[in-house]
Design a protein around this ligand. Structure first.
Ligand SMILES: Nc1ccn([C@H]2C[C@H](O)[C@@H](COP(=O)(O)OP(=O)(O)OP(=O)(O)O)O2)c(=O)n1
Length: 148
């Protein structure tokens, strides 16, 4: 919202529609992160798997699943947004692997007592402060590279 207001204030800054940015998709409202946490807790309780799901094991499982996502992109070169050249089977595999990453991330956060949705909002606020749109627009430099 704040970014849009800034864009409108500066006539030289293109709005999203004036750039070549592709249309953005939106997600389904459900399940929430709390739903995912609860469903995964149910899944592990039913199998008596909490004995294995300590933070370090969950972190390793998460990293392993990130590796599986990487494997799907491996050797393909740059991939266009929306994955236009991917088969249905490849898209399905990606949706499964990304879901595994999220499931383990949510459980890791739970087992570390991090309230993930709240933490994300806090972190995004910090990101906005660190990277003011008016200062960094169009530049991908790290905040440490700016001198002011
Ligand atoms: N000890 C386990 C094993 C599995 N899962 C759940 C969380 C993940 O969403 C998914 C991971 O299952 P696999 O380890 O079988 O991994 P994949 O589904 O990616 O299978 P593969 O490695 O054959 O691609 O199942 C879990 O919570 N705890």
């Amino acid at each position: 919202m704040a970014e849009r207001a800034e864009n409108q204030a500066d006539p030289k800054t293109p709005t999203e529609n004036e750039t070549n940015a592709p249309e953005r998709i939106s997600f389904s409202a459900k399940p929430t992160l709390e739903d995912i946490r609860r469903l995964q807790a149910q899944f592990t309780d039913e199998r008596d798997w909490n004995q294995y799901h300590q933070p370090r094991n969950l972190l390793l499982a998460l990293v392993g699943e990130v590796g599986e996502v990487s494997e799907l992109f491996q050797w393909k070169g740059e991939v266009a947004e929306g994955l236009p050249d991917w088969s249905e089977q490849e898209r399905m595999a990606l949706s499964h692997e990304l879901s595994d990453v999220l499931i383990y991330l949510v459980e890791l956060a739970e087992k570390c007592h991090v309230d993930l949705p709240r933490a994300v909002l806090e972190k995004m606020e910090l990101n906005r402060i660190k990277y003011p749109a008016s200062k960094v627009h169009g530049s991908a430099k790290k905040y440490t590279e700016y001198q002011d």
